[in-house]
Design a protein around this ligand. Structure first.
Ligand SMILES: Cc1cc2nc3c(=O)[nH]c(=O)nc-3n(C[C@H](O)[C@H](O)[C@H](O)COP(=O)(O)OP(=O)(O)OC[C@H]3O[C@@H](n4cnc5c(N)ncnc54)[C@H](O)[C@@H]3O)c2cc1C
Ligand SMILES: NC(=O)c1ccc[n+]([C@@H]2O[C@H](COP(=O)([O-])OP(=O)(O)OC[C@H]3O[C@@H](n4cnc5c(N)ncnc54)[C@H](O)[C@@H]3O)[C@@H](O)[C@H]2O)c1
Length: 452
């Protein structure tokens, strides 16, 4: 049985190996496409679809600014060619070729890995051992039983970006990140979109003000079905019908399932290696990325409480350091994790929602500032965007920030920085000059309006 210094399962965040690993003999195991979810079926291709959707949405909305534009349609094959053939597939293929041909210390295995004993992996009919193992095996779409058992054709993020033509009527089951990003994409491209959620708002984990305003806004473009459990999913010919508990139903010609993601540890026989999991399937790790089995580490979606690429990248850096430096272990930083939903209008968030801050007993100051109250908001003729900041009255520190609207993902970065470096709301507002009349003034005004 061949023994390696290190075995890595998964080539998403697991493949970003530091130069210090050049001296180790490494087994790199990937059952799918090199590069993992973010590159092949996640963050990057979705945003390559979202940007054209933004252009279309702005064009459709241009009349409000006195601009006459018309939308003639999307060239889907051209978008797919630009996204996949000319960019993503090249990166995935080059990444694999590089590891196979240019990295003499690395052996690539291209099959499913599963544990058969402590520190012993079976892959492609072979058994290997390793002194240390990193599990970076990611997650996959969760498919509700009702969908799986219905026998109805459905797409997930794995397949929907490679379809032949834009559907006329797209049904989306789920109301979170993926559902809202694809609802924006296909609604802009010309589909009639019905989006189906179980609670009373879309993006329910966001701050309540943001979730409510977002839900209200997108109802103008999407058929939003909320609060009714799905009782049946059926197909007849090319049509798919979803029926709700109240007897109503909705019909479309394509179904996208976006109801969360399952960590991939359940397919790896983890118990054979003494690796424990949480009830939700995530591998249990401590703050350094150590699993319950000695010298076995885990990072990213397979173990993290955050299914976000910037978190997986951060955890990978920490684990890679720790593998080589057992005497000076680094810790995961999971405070104030930011995220953005690239839908329309965009949503960005960091830290606590107002409700979470109250539940934790903080005495808080809260301010909500409309984009429409700033000069750039007037230029945009904006009547949707808001910046909401929650601060701790005792310390003046920012506890959370939530932005809905134009370029929210970029606007929020200053607030993320303030939280990361412990800058108070007042210092952030008054200790720098703000470019006039940039949209950032909405953040400045929101900070200044906090009653601290
Ligand atoms: C549609 C979509 C859009 C997203 N957009 C964003 C975004 O805009 N911003 C953001 O921050 N995050 C986004 N995410 C989340 C982000 O993609 C993930 O958090 C991130 O890719 C997780 O990285 P990872 O390295 O943990 O896993 P992955 O990148 O999934 O890598 C795991 C790899 O392990 C392989 N593997 C699994 N099990 C085995 C096994 N037993 N043997 C061999 N190989 C195995 C898999 O094939 C895969 O290649 C998005 C996700 C989706 C689905
Ligand atoms: N821009 C980004 O950063 C980005 C984009 C896409 C995905 N992601 C990551 O990927 C993760 C997975 O995305 P997602 O959108 O699948 O998950 P999600 O957790 O954001 O949303 C899933 C939604 O589906 C609902 N749901 C679950 N089962 C259901 C059912 N049977 N019927 C109806 N609704 C049901 C849930 O209540 C939830 O609201 C996200 O949590 C996020 O961490 C990030």
């Amino acid at each position: 049985m061949k023994n390696f210094d290190l075995a890595i399962i998964g080539t998403g965040s697991g493949n970003a190996l530091p130069p210090e690993f050049d001296d180790l003999e490494i087994a790199l195991i990937e059952e799918g496409r090199f590069g993992g979810t973010c590159l092949n079926v996640g963050c990057i291709p979705t945003k390559m679809f979202v940007y054209p959707a933004d252009v279309i949405a702005n064009a459709k909305d241009a009349a409000r600014l006195g601009v006459s534009l018309s939308y003639e349609g999307i060239d889907l094959p051209a978008l797919q060619d630009r996204t996949f053939t000319r960019r993503i597939d090249v990166i995935a293929d080059d990444g694999e070729r590089f590891r196979r041909e240019d990295c003499p210390n690395i052996t690539v295995y291209d099959s499913h890995a599963r544990f058969v004993a402590p520190k012993t992996i079976e892959v492609g009919g072979e058994r290997i051992t390793a002194d240390q193992i990193i599990i970076a095996a990611g997650s996959r779409p969760a498919i509700p039983d009702l969908v799986a058992e219905s026998g109805v054709r459905y797409h997930t993020n794995d397949t929907i970006m490679r379809i032949d033509k834009v559907p006329e009527r797209l049904l989306i089951l789920g109301s979170g990140y993926i559902a809202c990003e694809f609802a924006h994409v296909f609604s802009s491209f010309g589909s009639e979109v019905s989006i189906i959620g179980r609670s009373d708002v879309l993006i329910k984990h966001q701050d309540a003000d943001v979730a409510r305003r977002f839900t209200r806004t997108v109802r103008e473009h999407w058929d939003v079905r909320l609060g009714q459990p799905v009782t049946a999913i059926e197909s007849e010919g090319d049509l798919i019908t979803i029926t709700f508990a109240d007897g109503t139903s909705v019909t479309g010609d394509m179904l996208l399932v976006a109801t969360g993601r399952v960590p991939n540890g359940d397919r790896m026989n983890l118990a054979a290696a003494g690796i424990q999991t949480h009830d939700d399937g995530r591998i249990k790790v401590d703050e350094h990325g150590r699993t319950s089995a000695q010298h076995v580490w885990a990072l990213g979606d397979v173990s993290s409480p955050y299914q976000l690429k910037h978190v997986a990248n951060h955890e990978a850096k920490v684990v890679f350091h720790n593998v080589l430096n057992p005497a000076s272990l680094r810790s995961f930083r999971h405070d104030a994790v930011p995220a953005a939903i690239f839908t329309h209008p965009q949503v960005a968030t960091v830290g606590l929602t107002e409700q979470q801050a109250l539940d934790r007993g903080y005495e808080i100051a809260v301010n909500v500032q409309d984009f429409g109250g700033t000069a750039y908001g007037w230029a945009l003729e904006d009547n949707i965007g808001i910046c909401k900041i929650i601060a701790d009255k005792k310390t003046g520190l920012i506890l959370g920030a939530h932005i809905l609207g134009h370029e929210a993902a970029m606007l929020i970065q200053g607030l993320i920085q303030a939280m990361a470096f412990g800058t108070t709301a007042r210092d952030m507002a008054e200790g720098q000059l703000w470019i006039h009349p940039a949209l950032n003034e909405v953040v400045e005004n929101c900070l200044l309006g906090l009653e601290l």
